[in-house]
Write a protein that binds this ligand. Structure first.
Ligand SMILES: Cc1cc2nc3c(=O)[nH]c(=O)nc-3n(C[C@H](O)[C@H](O)[C@H](O)COP(=O)(O)O)c2cc1C
Length: 194
């Protein structure tokens, strides 16, 4: 099982990043393979000039295509998700999230914008044809403390654990995409089609 995590914060010191690290460790402890991408690892010009064919963007798209699920992390910026994450998602091909389960994770300064994931990020994930987008986890800044190691308020860890349990369960029940050759064969031999 492969999960791609995406860190969408423009800040190098990122609470979203800490939460994604925590989620990644949780998954790895349960034997789930994880590949992490962070918007910092892409050339700004690749993102801003929509260089679909840059090696880094192609590698990213390829890993996403192999993933069973994704965890998409973003800070709330101006009552929406980070624009830097949007330009990266814009470079994915059509239907890039078909057959995939997505868990959104967002951080913000205030609860007032906790619905930003629902009204801003989820429509983009739906446009990419995500099969299932889970409720997600929203954390205000006061629940995540920088340090070595970073510290999370217990209430947040509980919500994160529960969300990850649901994520793994959704991955497990995910119907496998039909192999195109098998689909072709079934179409040829079918007596009925609807
Ligand atoms: C440019 C900017 C805009 C922000 N806009 C909002 C906002 O509209 N609503 C909100 O709740 N928090 C807002 N915040 C606060 C961040 O969402 C919050 O501090 C978040 O934890 C930052 O995540 P990061 O550390 O991963 O970058 C904003 C922060 C910045 C830097």
């Amino acid at each position: 099982m492969l999960v791609v995590t995406i860190g969408g914060s423009p800040s190098l010191r990122s609470r979203t990043g800490l939460l994604l690290d925590q989620a990644g460790r949780w998954l790895e402890q349960r034997g789930v393979e994880r590949v992490h991408f962070d918007i910092h690892q892409f050339e700004p010009a690749d993102l801003l000039l929509a260089r679909f064919d840059s090696p880094a963007i192609r590698h990213f798209s390829e890993q996403v295509s192999h993933a069973d699920g994704l965890i998409v992390g973003t800070p709330v910026y101006k009552a929406s998700f980070a624009g830097a994450l949007k330009v990266l998602l814009d470079l994915l091909p059509e239907r890039a999230l078909a057959h995939k389960v997505v868990l959104p994770i967002a951080t913000g300064g205030t609860h007032a914008h906790m619905l930003a994931v629902d009204y801003a990020l989820k429509p983009v994930l739906a446009a990419l044809k995500a099969q299932e987008t889970l409720q997600g986890v929203f954390a205000t800044d006061n629940l995540i403390h920088y340090g070595e190691p970073a510290r999370f308020e217990e209430s947040l860890l509980e919500r994160l654990d529960e969300a990850l349990e649901q994520f793994v369960a959704a991955l497990a029940r995910r119907p496998a995409p039909i192999d195109p050759t098998v689909l072709n064969d079934r179409l040829i031999h079918a007596r009925w089609s609807i």
